[in-house]
Design a protein around this ligand. Structure first.
Ligand code: F6R
Length: 609
């Protein structure tokens, strides 16, 4: 995700940039840096590590300069390191750029710039922006930025500074946030308002395709075609704590709401021509390798394990390969049957979970080549795996995983269909139908999120119970497990997930009058059977809250409450079904006054076995 700050005025810029970066730490924390326009030079100081590492590096005698930019990084291209940290400079060190986003065509741009004589030092996509600005500069920084961003495909929020035009910061954006804070004799730029909320509440919100020239006393806004634009000044009404969470009361809700964006980032460059083609060049599989797989083995913990369970159903159906999904803590202490023709996958949001790492190392010892699905570039899992498929969810702060899970299952679908495409075991039409459906999922998730209030009402019922059940068949069972875990960990309600068909083998004894049962019924192939299971519960006076796909069965008469989800291919329904379950857990926890973002006894990253 990354965080950007900029300051220009009469005060010393460094402490203000530092204060801003600290407020944006939720956007990334693997490296930090500043570029300061000092009287004699443009000074760039950056380092791997958290902001404290930057503070230590700079020490007491920080450089004097009344304008500058700062950056806090969440690595995408290139592992966290001093060199890959922002700001990035051109060859001459006269230009520095900070960037948030992903430049999809950076390899082509880098090749072209190298032919033009530019020398690159980092592995990042962002460095091309600094060289592009330098390349196009002919006395006007705004024009150089406009020409640079026109060359770029992908997403960006960026700010450029140059010692050739000292009195200004120039910024531009597409698909990533950038806000300009308006002070008196000083102005600010940031990815998010908390960065400057202590200084001003008056802001301009830069829109896609806009650029701005920010000086101490003025802000001029332009389209990236170069036309001057008029913009309304907005007033921020949030308090500081709300602002850090984007106006939401908790990170968990913020992260649930961010999911459409996270999915779009995860599909970027991988689902080409609006879904007509699957592309995962980062995996670099040879056709021989792809055709050699005889089984898939997935190892993970907690929510990531549940993502693996979704993949089992999808991969077995589409790839016609047996898929084993194991809890990392179990995998290490039995004798798993692996052969050399196994596609071995580990899934970990943090990339640091001790059990998952132990499983990865054991599998490696057994001769497996490992594909990691992780959210953190440069994490131990990413470093130790042979291939990495990143989920571009951005930093996840709330302990309960939401957007990481959604991007994990989305990545697993991309992987599944990509392998099917390369193996040729699906027709072109079937692949295109799946690709287009995947492409539409972020919009569909958005429509569910707009109905959050309906879920809050359902949560009001759940909140007074100490026990409840989640049931489903097939893919719905996999999602039920994740729904139950979310509720358990956030609201402390004992929530149990069962395959619907298993109820009659024991759990039905627990159904008492009014007990909440969350029934997931999105899979057409088992819908009638699921309905029979619901009737078994209703006959015992359980309170059934049903989540179904619109356009299938009319459930109103059969259950107490029903929430219809937008329709998509049955196999992709988990991406939609889990979203209201996340909201249900969230609102139930809030109703029970639980510490939503930091549930008792839990840590975000479990680094002990
Ligand atoms: C639950 C949750 C945990 C993690 C698990 C694995 O909401 O977040 O169950 O999924 O601890 O963590 P990672 O994915 O970082 O390996």
């Amino acid at each position: 995700m990354c965080g950007i700050v900029g300051y220009i005025g009469e005060q010393n810029a460094y402490p203000i940039l530092l204060e801003g970066l600290k407020k944006l730490e939720y956007r990334g924390y693997d490296s930090a840096g500043v570029a300061l326009l000092c009287p004699d030079e443009l000074k760039v100081i950056k380092t791997k590590g958290e902001i404290s590492a930057l503070e230590r590096k700079i020490g007491e005698g920080f450089p004097e300069g009344t304008a500058g930019v700062g950056h806090i990084r969440w690595a995408t291209h290139g592992a966290p390191s001093d060199i890959n940290a922002h700001p990035h400079c051109g060859c001459s060190q006269e230009f520095a750029v900070v960037h948030n986003g992903i430049i999809e065509n950076y390899l082509n741009l880098r090749r072209w710039l190298e032919e033009e004589g530019h020398c690159f030092v980092s592995e990042t996509d962002s460095e091309v922006l600094a060289h592009l600005v330098e390349h196009f500069f002919d006395g006007d920084l705004l024009q150089a930025v406009i020409r640079a961003v026109k060359k770029v495909e992908g997403s960006f929020a960026m700010v450029a500074v140059s010692e050739k035009e000292k009195g200004k910061l120039v910024c531009a954006r597409k698909d990533n946030p950038l806000i300009i804070g308006l002070g008196k004799g000083e102005n600010y730029i940031a990815s998010d308002v908390p960065a400057f909320l202590n200084h001003t509440r008056k802001i301009y919100i830069l829109e896609d395709g806009e650029a701005a020239v920010v000086t101490a006393n003025n802000v001029e806004i332009y389209s990236t075609q170069g036309e001057a634009l008029q913009k309304e000044v907005s007033e921020v009404t949030w308090n500081a704590a709300e602002a850090e969470k984007g106006g939401y009361p908790h990170f968990m809700l913020k992260e649930i709401m961010e999911q459409p964006r996270a999915l779009r980032e995860t599909m970027r460059g991988r689902l080409l021509r609006e879904g007509k083609e699957f592309s995962l060049p980062e995996l670099n599989f040879t056709p021989e390798e792809i055709n050699s797989f005889e089984q898939v083995y997935i190892v993970a913990c907690g929510t990531a394990y549940h993502a693996g369970l979704v993949a089992k159903y999808a991969m077995e159906k589409i790839l016609k390969l047996p898929v084993e999904v194991d809890l990392a803590s179990e995998f290490c202490y039995r004798d798993p049957l692996l052969n050399k023709n196994t596609l071995f996958i580990v899934i970990s949001q943090s990339g640091e979970t001790a059990d998952t790492l132990a499983a990865l190392r054991l599998a490696r010892k057994e001769g497996q080549r490992i594909l990691a699905i992780t959210n953190v570039v440069g994490s131990t899992v990413a470093r130790e795996a042979d291939k990495v498929l990143y989920t571009w969810a951005g930093p996840e702060i709330a302990v309960a995983s939401t957007k990481a899970y959604l991007t994990q299952i989305f990545s697993l679908y991309l992987l599944t269909y990509y392998l099917a495409q390369e193996k040729g075991n699906l027709s072109r039409d079937t692949l295109e139908e799946a690709g287009e459906a995947l492409f539409n999922l972020p919009d569909q998730v958005e429509t569910i999120l707009q109905r959050a209030e309906e879920i809050r009402e359902l949560a009001a019922y759940l909140a007074s119970w100490e026990s409840c059940f989640y049931i489903g068949r097939n893919l719905d069972y996999a999602v039920a497990m994740e729904g139950a875990l979310k509720l358990k960990e956030t609201s402390y309600i004992h929530a149990e997930a069962y395959a619907s068909g298993e109820l009659k083998h024991g759990p039905l004894a627990l159904i008492v009058e009014g007990i909440p049962v969350i029934a997931l019924v999105t899979q057409r192939s088992v819908m009638e059977k699921s309905l029979s299971n619901i009737k078994e519960i209703k006959a015992r006076c359980g309170h059934v809250i049903c989540f179904a796909q619109e356009g299938t069965i009319e459930f109103q008469r059969e259950v107490d409450r029903v929430f219809y989800l937008p329709a998509t291919l049955d196999i992709l329904m988990p991406v939609l079904t889990v979203v209201p379950l996340q909201l249900l857990a969230y609102y139930t926890a809030v109703a029970r006054d639980c510490p939503v973002d930091k549930p008792r006894n839990l840590a975000k990253s479990v680094t002990v076995e």
